[in-house]
Design a protein around this ligand. Structure first.
Ligand code: CDP
Ligand code: MG
Length: 140
């Protein structure tokens, strides 16, 4: 498997609790490289576009409001099999189901406020990276 890129977000519940460094330590300890990173704050509309695939689901409005409720850290992670690898490092969506040692098991507060996002497939990774980063910002 060649080197792959995935897109990650450290969500507002985690930035609020000063967990950016602790989450990045877990990412780096897993062997993934933080190839690009920036802290920003989304509007609800921007969050809605990012999570468009979930539009119409019962949690969508709450999710968009949450994602706009504070700063996020957007990241591009690089490594062998990075998409699946980061999903493993993150743990299951609901922290109650997340394996011990994963980011969500350790830090997530609930199924909604679950500290991190990670892409789920090569196509979504590419689209999500392009939504947040220009080619000039991808320095490796
Ligand atoms: O983030 P992940 O890919 O693990 O889960 P998802 O099914 O793609 O859902 C995106 C996000 O919506 C989750 O990370 C949660 O923040 C939120 N969500 C929620 O609040 N309630 C649900 N029942 C499912 C997802
Ligand atoms: Mg998802």
């Amino acid at each position: 498997m060649a080197v792959q890129r995935t897109f990650s977000i450290i969500k507002p519940d985690a930035t609020k609790r000063n967990l950016t460094g602790a989450i990045n330590a877990k990412i780096e300890a897993s062997g993934l490289r933080i190839a690009a990173q920036k802290r920003l704050r989304l509007t609800e509309e921007q969050a809605g576009i990012f999570y468009e695939v979930h539009k119409g689901r019962p949690f969508y409005e709450e999710l968009c409001a949450f994602m706009a409720s504070g700063p996020i850290v957007a990241q591009v992670l690089e490594g062998e099999n990075a998409i699946a690898k980061y999903r493993e490092v993150m743990g299951a969506t609901d922290p109650a189901d997340a394996e011990e040692g994963t980011i969500r098991a350790e830090f997530a507060q609930s199924k909604g406020e679950n500290s991190v996002h990670g892409s789920d497939a090569p196509e979504t990774a590419e689209a999500e990276i392009a939504y947040f980063f220009s080619g000039l910002e991808l320095v490796g």
